[in-house]
Design a protein around this ligand. Structure first.
Ligand code: CTP
Ligand code: CA
Length: 218
């Protein structure tokens, strides 16, 4: 519920942000997951609220505390995140997808806990839907890409394939841009061909820079 009238450069704007990683169940106690910390998405949500936006954060798994003023919906699997985002983007002005979505999930999670004893265990995975590519509408779309090589080629291809306005690419071969870090070095690629190389920044500062750019498109 909205109690206070909001002011600031993003007042009246509705931003949808995803953060954290997804967990794909193997059995009732185990999952396939990833190292996403959620820090970038939460930093964006907090900064957007500071600027007066109304923010819906669809959060995967993270250990971040709740952020004041952010409307958070928690999800676990990629399919749950997809369903939550499909609802959330209705009427949104922008979607910023920082979540680390599992590309694959176990085809059929075991109903009972898997017992040991066999020589080995094959886990068959099937592809998850591409959430960002699938969500289309009258809103600005911003994606993230973590690349270990060919940053520009890979990032620009993702921007085109997913029909994005901006992609924020992160070179994870650099020691200061590892998962869980409080800092990040982002290169922003824009649909019109512009490239903006940001210096090494605290995620809070990188969030502010990215929101400056998004504001310019709204
Ligand atoms: N993404 C998504 N749904 C997926 C996979 C990715 O919405 N099933 C989003 C991510 O949140 C991110 C962007 O797409 O904003 C790029 O994700 P990334 O994993 O870098 O790219 P992929 O398209 O999955 O390609 P690959 O992992 O093969 O590099
Ligand atoms: Ca991926």
């Amino acid at each position: 519920t909205q109690v206070l009238a909001k002011s600031g450069p993003l007042a009246g704007k509705k931003l949808v942000i995803s953060a954290g990683g997804t967990r794909e169940p193997v059995d009732p106690v185990r999952y396939v997951g990833n190292r996403s910390s959620g820090k970038m998405g939460y930093a964006l949500a907090e900064e957007a609220v500071r600027r007066g936006a109304s923010v819906r954060l669809v959060s995967g798994v993270t250990d971040r505390p709740v952020s004041f003023g952010v409307d958070i919906k928690y999800t676990e699997t990629a399919l749950e995140m997809f369903a939550a985002l499909r609802e959330a983007v209705k009427g949104a002005d922008a979607l910023i997808m920082t979540a680390a979505v599992a590309d694959y999930r176990p085809e059929k999670p075991a109903v009972d806990k898997i017992k040991k004893g066999a020589e080995g265990l094959d886990l068959h995975l099937v592809a998850n839907p591409d959430i960002l590519a699938s969500l289309q509408g009258d809103f600005i779309k911003v994606g993230f890409a973590a690349e270990s090589r060919d940053l520009m080629i890979n990032a620009v291809k993702k921007m085109t394939d997913k029909n994005l306005d901006i992609i924020a690419a992160n070179d994870i071969s650099q020691p200061d841009s590892t998962f869980g870090s409080d800092t990040t070095r982002l290169t922003l690629f824009f649909k019109n061909g512009r490239v903006e190389e940001l210096p090494l920044l605290k995620k809070q500062e990188a969030a502010a820079r990215l929101l400056d750019e998004i504001s310019g498109l709204l």
